[in-house]
Write a protein that binds this ligand. Structure first.
Ligand SMILES: [Mg+2]
Length: 122
């Protein structure tokens, strides 16, 4: 599947570090990191990653707003939400604005690798 470059977006440094090791161990590449929605948009446009792992709850700009903004600029963007939210309405809303899927925290290494492969294989 070639080199899949992933942008990691989460307001927790710890979670970004964990995600980074998972991504690397699974054979993907970390393209960059962002700690809130605005930084995510900036880094996305600059780095053009193949996929974004996007947290939802972040300040000042959350993951929903960032997902919407990125997809406005690049409708082909592949964004996978990583969230503690299990509220069905919120998840449905995120899929409707164009996210490719979601993973709930606490996440497993296998789940993340599997989801990324699934999205990249589409
Ligand atoms: Mg968060």
């Amino acid at each position: 599947m070639g080199n899949v470059r992933v942008l990691l977006v989460d307001d927790s440094t710890y979670i970004r570090t964990v995600l980074g090791s998972i991504i690397t161990e699974a054979g993907f590449e970390v393209a960059g990191e962002a700690a809130d929605g605005e930084e995510a948009i900036r880094k996305y446009m600059h780095l053009k990653p193949d996929l974004v792992l996007m947290d939802v709850i972040m300040e000042p700009m959350d993951g929903r707003a960032a997902t919407k903004a990125i997809l406005d600029k690049d409708p082909e963007a592949r964004i996978l939400m990583v969230t503690v939210l299990e509220d069905k309405d919120i998840l449905v809303d995120l899929m409707q604005i164009g996210a490719k899927g979601y993973i709930t925290k606490p996440f497993s290494k296998d789940k993340i690798a599997e989801k990324i492969k699934e999205i990249m294989g589409e």
